[in-house]
Design a protein around this ligand. Sequence first.
Ligand code: CU
Ligand code: CU
Length: 442
Amino acid sequence: MKSKIVVRIAAGAGLALALAACGPQASTKAVDSAYRTVGNGSGKIVEVALDAIETVQEIAPGVKYRVWTFGGSTPAPVIRVTQGDTIRFTLTNKSTVNLSHSIDFHAAQTPWNVNYVPVAPGKSLTFDWVARFPGVFMYHCGVPPVLHHIANGMYGAIIVEPKDPLPRAREYVLVSSEFYAGTRAVKGALEGNFAAMTAAEPSHVVFNGRSNLHLDQPLVARPNELIRLWVMNAGPTLTNAFHVIGALFDHVYPDGNPTNVLNGIQTWNVAPGGGAMFELSIPDEGQYPFVNHSFAYTGLGALGVISVASDAPPAPEDYPVMASPFDGGIATASGTVSGSGPKAITPGGGGSSGGGLTLKAANVAFDPKQITLSPGAKITFANADPLAHDFTIDALKLKITVEANETKVFTVDAPVGTYEFYCSIPGHRDAGMVGTVMVGGH
Ligand code: CU
Ligand code: CU
């Protein structure tokens, strides 16, 4: 039996090529490599730890809401990994109100009855999964009633970058969701109204956790710059009819998989529990509002703006990889977008294990400057300076930032070899913050 594979070429304006494969086996393999990775991935392990915890967040000016979160904010921190990575995930339930919570990664293939089980307060759960599919995916709590846990804020986005890097672009992450606030404050904050949740009558419909956030803090771009929007709709119930007023999308990639290419799109529905990667470039300077085009909801807070100007600050050189806070692309708004969230993603488990070592940063110098590690060993990076430093290895796309007087534990999981590390904060490398790490094979 002959099979056919259809490959769409993004640059070819809708051109579709039909490629004949020689047999079912070859065909399966080709399809697999086109849209996903098979097997156990690259072997690179990325440790991700999140705490489930309840707190209070301002979801609109002056509106305090009791959110349930991963990492202290909703949406939860963006996790960014590369296709083929193994994610070693730990959920710790720090519930202050005696609730069980759980995790559900839409990017993972893993048994629900084993790894997505409720975690009791004070307990934690660790499991590994391989990010085989590239794209933008939801993660959320799945403890019943799921509606209640998601509506109260237990969700975030994970971006799995394709193993073949995407063209450089100015990138933003937009997580859409809705809140169902009750009308009476309890202990200083509104609480979720479960009847309104089941009736799908939201009080607020938002991007990135706050009503009209990006009217106050516009996304910025320059004319004709490639803009890439990673949009994830957490729901729990409403569809996000995503549209940019005054612009069209050159391409929409459902779920963010680069092999899913749509051309010349005005509005694209992002389903609750779904995502998409939107690419556009805007020729003229001006204001370009983005909305949920379901207009009963636009006025509830689902409105932001892309401000296009020639003198917009340049796009960041390098988007934060795993372990850096990814703040929706607004460098200065980190912490406003997501409260104290980003700090919750701590690479490394924090414990010590065999083969690890301590690297000190003090007086704008590394100590020691020559490091030898066994593969997968942990580094405890202790910053004694009153300013931030980072540990950057370009060849591994690794960048671990430590704030003033902070310590982080992380893993360098790299093939045997010698790598240069340095601090990428301007001036620090020139001041001597550069060294080598030898990853040994014995
Ligand atoms: Cu929960
Ligand atoms: Cu789900």
